[in-house]
Write a protein that binds this ligand. Sequence first.
Ligand SMILES: Cc1cc2nc3c(=O)[nH]c(=O)nc-3n(C[C@H](O)[C@H](O)[C@H](O)COP(=O)(O)OP(=O)(O)OC[C@H]3O[C@@H](n4cnc5c(N)ncnc54)[C@H](O)[C@@H]3O)c2cc1C
Length: 412
Amino acid sequence: MEATFDLIVVGGGASGFMAAITAAEKRASSIAVLEETSKTLEKVRISGGGRCNVTNACWDPRELATNYPRGEKALLGAFSRFSTGDAIDWFEKRGLELKIEDDGRIFPKSNSSTEVIHCLHKASKASGIKCLTGVKVNTVKKLSNKIFQLECQNKQFFFAKRVLIATGGRPSGKKIANDLGHQLINTVPSLFTFKLNAKWLTSCSGISVDKVRLKLIANGKQFEQFGRILITHWGLSGPATLKLSAFAARDLSLDKYNSNLSINWVNKDFNEVKKLLESYRSSFPTYSIKKYYPFNDIFPRRLWFAFLEKLNIEKNLKWSNFSNLKRDLACKYLTKNQQLIIGKGPFGEEFVTAGGINLNEIDLKSMESLICKGLYFAGEVLNVDGVTGGFNFQHCWTSGWIAGRAISRSNN
Ligand SMILES: Cc1cc2nc3c(=O)[nH]c(=O)nc-3n(C[C@H](O)[C@H](O)[C@H](O)COP(=O)(O)OP(=O)(O)OC[C@H]3O[C@@H](n4cnc5c(N)ncnc54)[C@H](O)[C@@H]3O)c2cc1C
């Protein structure tokens, strides 16, 4: 029989590396990371537009947990063990300089994800971890109480005392877990943009509006988000849209991505907007509505024109001729603009998957399976996903660290 590793990590992504390094640094042992593709940490490389949003300056574990549509309560304990501040310390101790941006997102000071990769590679090398690429694990069998056998695509076999599955959103890791007795929660995409059937709006692509209130009805449930949206040539993107897609991911999927969205463009109610429009009518009666409009600090003229055109209101109209009927139409459109979502944005906009290994089957203090002793999990393979802002990587660091520490403490 081949040499038996103390630990084999299946999947060379963020969570797998964090687990392997933690286990190795805390107790010298023989550890291998098996990666299917030719390169490890590929998602880290492309993340955050090549800058890698490593984590978030959200320091309170309770508040931090609210950023996870799946996993929220279960993560409370995990974040009390290894949170955002611990992740920052961890990376800085290993030479990666980080910076906090105004919105709380944390990036490498160099603005380059390769620095994160370099840091993880250096730490894994220093702790003697064997990293093998081009090795796809097909099946994992428990041969005895203490030994796992991993069969790879090229008919190569590996043996290990413990196995950690860190295969991300890919199906193969979930199949391995399923074969070992784990229940799977079906996966659906999360963090995507909305495709709308609204040419008048998509012609304004590139415009972003900061304080928009979005209300969505999906599968009979109501979801709400507030924040910045970006108009794209297919519909809506931006942080508020992505967050809404994450919290409504399952219900949108059940609705086949055909759901009703209501947009309040100005974060004001009907009567507030009515008063504002009336004040313009009385203050600027001889001015055209195209030149003076009450929302120029909220959105640019191009979007105002698009609203007017959609409402069949002549933009050269003087405020004195802005009838009550037009006023009410505009109020309704600005505060309750009804749109039909007709699908998800183009491929490539899906950042994470919702679903995966059921957390009820895992001891969250160690990330060890409650079904198969010696089997551990970390990262996106679990039924945990976060909104944008560095929260998904934070979950990888947290779950990877907890698993690595528990493995280093476990008896042979
Ligand atoms: C474009 C994009 C940008 C993102 N930006 C951010 C960001 O800025 N901040 C943030 O917090 N999150 C971001 N995310 C999400 C984040 O990348 C993921 O949550 C994170 O990478 C998950 O890490 P993981 O280790 O669980 O899985 P992965 O990174 O997916 O790693 C799993 C690895 O396992 C390998 N593997 C799978 N099956 C097998 C097998 N059977 N045998 C061997 N190897 C296998 C895969 O090839 C892969 O390398 C982004 C995601 C995308 C797609």
